[in-house]
Design a binder for this molecule. Structure first.
Ligand code: PM9
Length: 457
C-alpha cells in the first residue's frame, strides 16, 4: 500500500476559532503585519513553526508524572543521556532549555574573535551566536539551493570544492568549526546526502577542523537519505540517523522539532574537550549540567520522544509524506513553491507569487500577512527580513531566496486542515495582483523578524 495514514489516533483535542475576515484584517494590522505578533487565539491553522508545537504521545505525558525534580542528579537526566547515546551515539550530553542555548554554548566554546564558521546555510539563531562572539559566517551551500524551481534530491549539500578553497584561503586556524545543518531550514527544509557528509568530514579531518551538525531535524534528513540515496533504501531510518552522526564531532539540537517535545534541547559530542568546556559554561548560562534549564519532567518527555521518533520508520515516513502531499496540492494549482518539498514545511516562492513587488517592499512578509487575512492560516517570512543585517556594517545581509514557510507541526493537523489551508492560498494566488507591499516601521537591532512592524505601502 502506497498511502500510509497517520500511525497514531487522536485522544484529546483543542478547540480553535475561525475569526471573521474583518476580524483578521484588524488583528494583522494590530500585529504590524508580522505573524509573530498575532495572538494564537486569532489563528485557525497555525503553520508558523514546527518548533515546540508537536502533540506529545500518551507515553510522553505519562513520563511527565515521573519527573524527578531534584536539583542535582535527576533520574530523568540519566534517561535522557542514555536515549541520546542509544539513538545518536554520543557519550557526552549537555542539556539546554532549547536549541539556541546549545548554539550559544557551542559558539562560546569554539569561536574566537575574527574566526570563520563555514556552513551549508545559516540559521538565524546559529549565525547570531557566532557573530556575537565576533565570528564571521560563511554559507557554502550548493548553488542549486538558491533556485526554488530546481528539483534536486540534496539541495542542502555543502559545495565541497568551495569549502576546500575557503579553507585553503583562510587557513585552518582562522576557522572555528564547520557547521552542517541537516534538513537545511533556510534552504527550504532540504537534506544533505550521506556521501556529502562523508566528503565534508574527510576534508575537515585533513585540516583538523571540527564538524558540528545542527541535528535539529536530522531524523527527517535521514528519511530523505533512505528515500533518495542509492544504497540506503533498505536501511531503517534509525540506523541511517546514527550513521550520519559518524561524520560529525558533535551536534546541537533544538528538541522542539524531531524530538517531539514542547521545550528542550541539548548538545552532544564525543570530543572530551568540547564536552568539558560546554559543561562548564552550561552552569553559568542555563543551570546545573544535569538539567540545563529543563525540569525533570521535561527531560523525561524528551528522553521518551527521542526513542519514539525512531521506534519504526512509519512515524517519520507519514510525517514527511504529509508535508509532501500538502505541497502537491499547491503545486498542482500552479502556486510557485520550492521543489522538492522540504521535510518539515512547504515554502512558497514569494518572489514569483508576488512578482509585481520589489524586494524592498518585502514580498514574503507581505504574502505571509495576506495569507492570514485570506484564510486565518499563520505562516512565517523566510526572506530578506529574516536575513537581517551585518552587526558591524549594519548593511542588510540580503537574501536571494524570498520565501514564506508553511510549517507542519508534528501529529497535530489532519490532511483536512492542510487541504483547507491549500484552498485559501490557491484563492489568494488567483487575485495576487491586488496585493500591496509593506514598509518597515519598526526594526529591532537583532533577529528583527521576530518583532519588526510594518504598514501597507
Ligand atoms: N527554529 C523555526 O521555526 C524556531 C524559531 S524561528 C527563528 O524553524 C534550527 C535549524 C532551527 C531552530 C529553530 C534553532 C533554534 C536552531 N536550529 O528555537 O532555540 O530551526 O529551540 O532552536 C525555529 P530553538
Amino acid at each position: 500500500m502506497d498511502y500510509l495514514p497517520p500511525p497514531w489516533k487522536i485522544k484529546m483535542v483543542e478547540k480553535v476559532n475561525l475569526l471573521s475576515r474583518s476580524g483578521r484584517e484588524s488583528a494583522v494590522k494590530e500585529a504590524g503585519f508580522n505573524t509573530f505578533l498575532l495572538k494564537s487565539r486569532d489563528v485557525f491553522i497555525d503553520l508558523l513553526t514546527d518548533s515546540g508545537t508537536s502533540a506529545m504521545s500518551d507515553n510522553q505525558w505519562a513520563g511527565l508524572m515521573l519527573g524527578d525534580e531534584a536539583y542535582a542528579g535527576s533520574e530523568n537526566f540519566y534517561n535522557l543521556e542514555k536515549a541520546v547515546k542509544d539513538v545518536y551515539g554520543f557519550s557526552f550530553v549537555v542539556p539546554t532549555h532549547q536549541g539556541r542555548a546549545a548554539e550559544h554554548l557551542m559558539a562560546r566554546a569554539l569561536v574566537q574573535k575574527g574566526q570563520h564558521v563555514l556552513s551549508n546555510m545559516y540559521f538565524t539563531t546559529s549565525r547570531e551566536h557566532v557573530e556575537r562572539r565576533g565570528g564571521i559566517w560563511q554559507d557554502c551551500i550548493v548553488p542549486e539551493a538558491h533556485d526554488p524551481q530546481k528539483d534536486k534530491p540534496f539541495k542542502g549539500n555543502f559545495d565541497i570544492a568551495r569549502t576546500g578553497r575557503l579553507i585553503k584561503k583562510l587557513g585552518k586556524n582562522k576557522i572555528a568549526f564547520i557547521r552542517v545543518e541537516a534538513n537545511c531550514n533556510m534552504a527550504g527544509g532540504q537534506p544533505v546526502s550521506m556521501k556529502n557528509l562523508e566528503d565534508l568530514k574527510t576534508l575537515a579531518e585533513r585540516h583538523e577542523i571540527p564538524v558540528i551538525m545542527d541535528a535539529t531535524r536530522a531524523l527527517e534528513n535521514a528519511y530523505f537519505i533512505k528515500a533518495r540515496e542509492k544504497g540506503w533504501e533498505k536501511t531503517p531510518v534509525k540506523k541511517i540517523l546514527k550513521n550520519m552522526m559518524r561524520f560529525t564531532d558533535g551536534i546541537t539540537v533544538s528538541s522542539k522539532k524531531d524530538n517531539l517535545v514542547n521545550i528542550g534541547g541539548f548538545l552532544a559530542t564525543r570530543n572530551k574537550k568540547i564536552f568539558e568546556e560546554t559543561k562548564t559554561l552550561v552552569v553559568v548560562y542555563e543551570g546545573l549540567h544535569t538539567y540545563g534549564g529543563m525540569s525533570g519532567r521535561d527531560m523525561e518527555a524528551l528522553a521518551r520522544g527521542i526513542r519514539e521518533m525512531v521506534e519504526n520508520d512509519d512515524y517519520v515516513e507519514h510525517r514527511v509524506k504529509q508535508v509532501e502531499w500538502f505541497g502537491g496540492l499547491l503545486k498542482e494549482a500552479g502556486v510557485p513553491i520550492v521543489v522538492p518539498v522540504g521535510g518539515h514545511a512547504v515554502y512558497l516562492d514569494a518572489k514569483k507569487f508576488l512578482s509585481h513587488l520589489p524586494q524592498s517592499q518585502y514580498p514574503a512578509q507581505t504574502l505571509s500577512a495576506s495569507i492570514y487575512e485570506e484564510c486565518a492560516v499563520r505562516s512565517m517570512e523566510r526572506g530578506i527580513v529574516s536575513a537581517g543585517r551585518d552587526p558591524k556594517t549594519r548593511k542588510e545581509h540580503g537574501s536571494k531566496l524570498e520565501l514564506v514557510r508553511l510549517t507542519v507541526p508534528r501529529r497535530v493537523y489532519t490532511n483536512d486542515h492542510l487541504g483547507f489551508a491549500a484552498e485559501g492560498i490557491v484563492n489568494l494566488f488567483k487575485k495576487r495582483q491586488t496585493i500591496r507591499g509593506l514598509k518597515m516601521t519598526y526594526e529591532p537591532k537583532q533577529l528583527r523578524f521576530f518583532q519588526a512592524k510594518f504598514r501597507r505601502v
